[in-house]
Design a protein around this ligand. Structure first.
Ligand code: F6R
Ligand code: MG
Ligand code: MG
Length: 369
């Protein structure tokens, strides 16, 4: 049975600044999705939040880019925004960039990650949601899951994985995409995705050579704002991703292993700083210090004819305590650098900058060396 898993998110207002989502917003969005489930158009849904982003996970048979499903998410965000406005929450409706829904959420503000798949005999999925960072934050962990044998020994020792994977990488500046195969093109892949604000892993597929797995997406990441406004830097877009696991794909533990190292990502305060990506539990999915540090939660589900069995809180568990400790040490280390690079981002990547004004003001006083 073909099932589509759609994960759609938007920041429609924060409780106490850009901090978290008020429960009433989640309840209102749930009402919208519940009625769609009752009418049979959605198979199932799960509403949650990470930081100030309202997250709608939905399963259905409408396929990717369905105007019905995108319209439903839009309606849920609009209804949540009405409450956010009433409560005067911070940045009410901030991610809804257009007034009316035009059939697809592309370019309208919300972030979308979706995949249409043939549900396997058993279909474990992990959904990851990040706050205070950008889609390129997924490059390193997705690479590790599907291409790094030091993270995923299955690549070496599982005959069903040994053929490797194909990475669909988007160049969000030139507005182009390319498929790169691992292990063959691993160095080329790394050359691109190391530039994580320009080259973003959008999807991963099993190798076409692999006779054991069908050539369907096994991972997908949201890249929306970046995709739509190519050639121009448009700031951070807190990303989400969906990863399928087990039986010829990375084991759940190999998927999670990729988050055991709190790598440096850009975002954090004013979308203009580098900081560690801290794996946290659902309860701790709330930025605090310096509007961060950037966070990621992982939710595990089993699909059962499209029903979402779960969630399992995948990153809240004790085995990630050390990653959190390291992230907190890194937080202190980075913060001590204050307004200096590489804590502060390079000029062209900053979401907030006074640089042009400062340069203009001081221009006349600048003398030749
Ligand atoms: C980062 C983020 C926050 C805000 C910051 C300033 O992605 O959302 O760090 O940039 O709180 O927000 P304003 O300018 O709305 O006061
Ligand atoms: Mg916000
Ligand atoms: Mg956010």
């Amino acid at each position: 049975m073909k099932i589509t898993v759609s994960l759609i998110k938007a920041d429609v207002g924060g409780l106490a600044g850009h901090s978290r989502v008020h429960p009433d917003l989640k309840a209102e969005a749930s009402l919208v999705l519940e009625s769609a489930k009752n009418s049979g158009k959605l198979i199932d849904y799960y509403v949650t939040s990470v930081g100030d982003d309202l997250q709608l996970l939905m399963t259905h048979k409408e396929g990717e880019n369905s105007s019905y499903v995108h319209g439903l998410a839009w309606e849920a965000f609009i209804r949540a925004t009405e409450i956010a406005k009433k409560y005067k929450l911070y940045g009410a409706g901030q991610d809804l960039l257009k007034d009316t829904f035009s059939g697809n959420l592309k370019g309208m503000g919300p972030g979308v990650a979706e995949m249409e798949i043939e549900e396997r005999k058993s279909e474990p999925i992990a959904v990851f949601m990040m706050d205070k960072t950008e889609p390129g934050a997924f490059n390193l962990p997705i690479y590790k899951m599907f291409a790094d044998p030091f993270n995923t020994p299955g690549l070496v020792i599982d005959p069903h994985m040994h053929d490797g994977f194909e990475f669909e990488v988007w160049d969000v500046i030139a507005h182009k995409k390319i498929i790169l195969k691992t292990p063959e093109e691993m160095y080329d892949l790394l050359a691109l995705i190391g530039s994580k604000s320009r080259y973003i892993i959008k999807r991963v597929y099993p190798s076409q050579k692999n006779p054991h797995l069908s050539h369907e997406p096994v991972a997908v990441v949201s890249t929306d704002k970046l995709h739509e406004i190519a050639g121009k830097y448009v700031g951070k877009d807190d990303p989400v991703g969906i990863v399928r696991g087990q039986a010829g794909l990375p084991a759940m533990g190999e998927i999670l292993e990729a988050f055991s190292f709190p790598h440096l990502v850009s975002g954090w305060m004013r979308g203009s700083h580098n900081g560690p990506l801290m794996p946290v539990s659902i309860e701790d999915a709330i930025p605090s210090r310096f509007d961060g540090p950037p966070r990621v939660i992982g939710l595990g589900f089993q699909l059962a004819e499209g029903k979402l069995i779960g969630p399992a809180d995948l990153l809240g568990e004790r085995a990630f305590d050390q990653a959190r400790e390291i992230a907190l040490t890194m937080t202190e280390f980075m913060r001590r650098n204050g307004p200096f690079e590489p804590h502060r981002l390079p000029d062209e990547e900053m979401e907030y900058t006074t640089m042009p004004e400062v340069q203009k003001k001081l221009q006349k006083r600048m003398v030749d060396l």
